[in-house]
Design a protein around this ligand. Structure first.
Ligand code: OAD
Length: 245
């Protein structure tokens, strides 16, 4: 591979699978016991805020308190490998994740865009102010900025809502020369279309996944296996190759 000056990485649920967080579309996946329309749409939140808050409270709890004490769910070697890539790569690096967990931060990554939001944050429905959230949200909780009950929602992008940071993401992809997609099935747009944006920008594209994603044919290269096993080896090899250039 020619000398690389700018890397964009996209991650999905598969990178957190070895940490014990369920993916969305596996047989025992996250959506299996819930209809998306019941827990992950603005309409669901209007209809039954208690159910929606409960769903995200359950996603948040295993991630809590990692700074003070061991959280139930921890980063794995794939998260760590991306942090190492970012720290040692001598160029621009952006990590885009569809994941709402904080395992990339736990692993040491710094330049991260959570395009589908973050479960450890909440937002005021009236003012859009975003707060850290290290506890359950109850429907009757009073909002810190407006003082109103029923106004706090998880800082999550639901179906029908616009993903976050799209301008910065488009700009980074259109100027990168290596695009790597890890642990995502290619079911959900716009993320599934990022590989095509990268191809248009002339970047090399690499898919790392357990199996072929729905958009696998768009990548120049693929490595199939568990991210926690294949990614650290790929990062080592890449960094050695870059040092020789
Ligand atoms: P999916 O559940 O659709 O796909 C996870 C992918 O990871 C699959 O292709 C698996 O084969 C792969 N995988 C599983 N274990 C792996 C491992 N150990 N190493 C590498 N790959 C592995 O999850 P996403 O593609 O992330 O959106 O889903 C995208 C979006 O759909 C989510 O962000 C969420 C969901 O609806 C919102 O909630 C807005």
């Amino acid at each position: 591979m020619n000398s690389v000056k700018s890397i964009v990485v996209l991650t999905g649920a598969g990178i957190s699978a070895e940490s014990g967080i369920k993916t969305f579309r596996a047989d025992d996946g996250l959506w299996e016991n819930h209809r998306v329309e019941d827990v992950a749409t603005p309409e669901a939140f209007e209809r039954d805020p208690w159910l929606v808050q409960k769903f995200y409270n359950e996603r948040r709890r295993p991630l809590l308190c990692y700074q003070e004490r061991e959280s139930e769910v921890k980063y794995n070697p794939a998260h760590k490998a991306l942090a190492k890539l970012e720290a040692q790569f001598d160029g621009d690096f952006l990590l885009i994740t569809q994941n709402i967990d904080n395992l990339h931060e736990q692993g040491g990554s710094i330049n991260i865009k959570h395009m589908h939001g973050e479960v450890l944050k909440m937002r005021c429905k009236s003012t859009n102010t975003v707060f850290d959230c290290f506890h359950d949200i109850e429907v009757a909780d009073l909002c810190d900025c407006c003082g109103e009950p029923n106004n706090l929602r998880p800082h999550i992008v639901w179906f029908g809502e616009m993903p976050l940071y799209m301008d910065e993401i488009a700009s980074a992809i259109s100027s990168c020369d290596l695009f790597i997609s890890i642990g995502t099935s290619g079911n959900v747009y716009p993320a599934a279309g990022f590989v095509q944006m990268a191809n248009q920008a002339g970047a090399r594209t690499l898919e790392i996944n357990l199996e072929e994603s729905l958009v696998a044919s768009n990548f120049d290269q693929a490595i199939y296996g568990k991210a926690g096993e294949v990614l650290p080896a790929w990062v080592e090899e890449f960094l050695i190759g870059q040092r020789k250039k």
